[in-house]
Write a protein that binds this ligand. Structure first.
Ligand SMILES: Cc1ncc(COP(=O)(O)O)c(C=O)c1O
Length: 469
């Protein structure tokens, strides 16, 4: 290797380590506004070259104030995991190795690592042995992949080849979903040409759980190719649809059952929480993330399918210049993925699973849930704060009550004050018509002290907003 490249990588490792070491002491939020970032990162298209040491040094400096401390233990926004050290390091190697993980021939180790990690994940998440899988960018694309398999499967059952004939003139597909499904389901259906008019929402309860009786009634009311989308882990409440009952209803109707388990499917990795996903293993397809609860760097999601033939038929592609492994040969990733050329995403997943092991993953999930319960208990005890959800997993929904009754406005103001304070970061939502603050504990590195400091910051912000009137 040329000396310059080694020195560049070592310098870069230094910037990365400095950043990560500094995370516990920096504000969790960004400190520069968009104008400042545009000024420091922008400028005209460079005409000539700049030496890479300068590029990386200046990039690290200019980007720094616009970074959010997502890797740290006090980031509770959206549903965002950190990255366990082995996964971060494996991700660096992935870039250095720069394999094209579309085909076995583009990097045999990348292909075999995905094969191994996919089988480990299948076992960890309690899915049927032999389920097929594809490593994609996130749960959004896992839905696209799995629902493409579903679309193929349900139409094939009625004699329609969607690969050849597309959807013009196809028997209509009904997609029955819970009223509180994640928005990425609808978006996946749009991408797949099914449109949102195929979506039939059925009622959910106050926690966001699909009501099986409403599902049964809806399924009985119509026929034809049907996909049911259930959810393991609501993005706001963490609640689980009653998957076993839903699987019964889908079975009886001959429907394809897809489970959105972006983070909730990881409950299966914990003996203490596994009951929450009982019945998930009966589904036809599943979508989840590794960048959430496995704490793998972005981006990393996985689609699984109980019908490898439908999955492969929906995804695979051939070209004369490609080198495809034959039947019984090694696994070509593009047979299971919507991408063609692609990053070797499996290395980081593999490294995370190896470094944590089955017990470490269970412990990570359970620890996050214990922190979430503490948030729920302590905030629930504080005057003028209401916890809106049953804290069954890692999500806590909180509302700040206002003396004059304008709880939505006060909640939004408290969220803003917490974000400005910078001790921790979380954001707002509207839950069944009520303004609320969301806390998602999804990071391996969150400690009791992080929870203490964040609780103090939340309660302090609530007090400041109240005294401001
Ligand atoms: C339940 C659920 N499904 C799907 C998604 C989308 O995941 P991603 O952002 O990885 O595409 C999320 C994201 O939070 C989610 O919570």
């Amino acid at each position: 290797m040329c000396v310059t490249l080694r020195r560049l990588l070592e310098e870069t490792a230094g910037y990365a380590a400095d950043y990560l070491e500094g995370v516990p002491d920096r504000p969790v939020t960004w400190t520069a506004g968009v104008d400042e970032l545009r000024a420091s990162l922008g400028g005209p298209l460079p005409e000539g070259s700049t030496d890479p040491h300068t590029v990386i040094r200046e990039l690290a400096t200019a980007a720094d104030p616009g970074l959010v401390s997502i890797p740290g233990g006090r980031y509770f926004g959206f549903v965002i995991g950190g990255s366990v050290p082995a996964a971060t390091a494996a991700d660096w190697l992935t870039s250095a190795w720069d394999q094209n993980a579309g085909l076995y021939a583009g990097g045999p180790s990348a292909a075999v690592v995905e094969e191994v990690a996919g089988a480990w994940l299948t076992e960890l998440l309690g899915l049927p042995p032999g389920a097929s899988f594809g490593f994609v960018t996130g749960c959004q694309m896992a839905h696209v992949t799995a629902l493409a398999a579903a679309r193929h499967g349900v139409l094939e059952r009625v004699g329609w080849d969607v690969n050849e004939n597309g959807l013009f003139g196809a028997p209509p597909i009904r997609v029955v979903v819970g009223a509180e499904r994640h928005t990425t389901i609808d978006r996946a259906l749009r991408f797949l040409g099914l449109g949102t008019s195929c979506v039939v929402p059925v009622a959910a309860d106050g926690q966001g759980r699909l009501l099986p009786a409403a599902l049964r009634a809806e399924l009985a009311a119509g026929g034809g190719p049907t996909i049911v989308c259930a959810q393991a882990g609501n993005v706001n409440t963490g609640a689980f649809d009653p998957l076993d009952e839903i699987a019964d209803a889908a079975d009886a109707a001959g429907a394809w059952l897809h489970v959105d388990g972006a983070f909730g499917l990881w409950a299966a990795a914990s003996p203490a929480l596994r009951h929450l996903v009982a019945g998930a293993e009966r589904a036809d397809s599943w979508a989840t993330d590794a960048h959430k609860w496995l704490n793998v760097p972005y981006d990393s999601g996985i689609a699984f399918c109980a019908h490898p033939d439908a999955h492969r038929a929906a995804m695979s592609v051939r070209a004369s210049y490609l080198i495809h492994a034959g039947p019984g040969g090694p696994r070509d990733q593009m047979d299971w993925n919507p991408e063609f050329s692609r990053r070797a995403r499996g290395f980081a997943v593999y490294a995370a699973i190896r470094s944590l092991g089955r017990s470490g993953i269970a412990e990570l999930v359970e620890r996050c849930c214990a922190h979430a319960r503490r948030f729920g208990e302590e905030l629930g005890r504080a005057p003028g704060i209401e916890v809106l959800n049953d804290v069954v997993l890692n999500q806590v929904l909180v509302r700040f009550l206002d003396d004059n009754g304008d709880h939505d406005a006060r909640t939004a103001a408290v969220v803003e004050a917490i974000q400005d304070d910078g001790t921790c970061w979380l954001s707002g939502t509207t839950w069944q018509g009520l303004g609320a603050m969301r806390i998602s504990v999804s990071n391996w590195s969150t400690t009791d002290d992080d929870v203490d400091r964040s609780l103090e910051a939340i309660i302090r912000a609530a007090g400041i907003v109240r005294s401001r009137g």
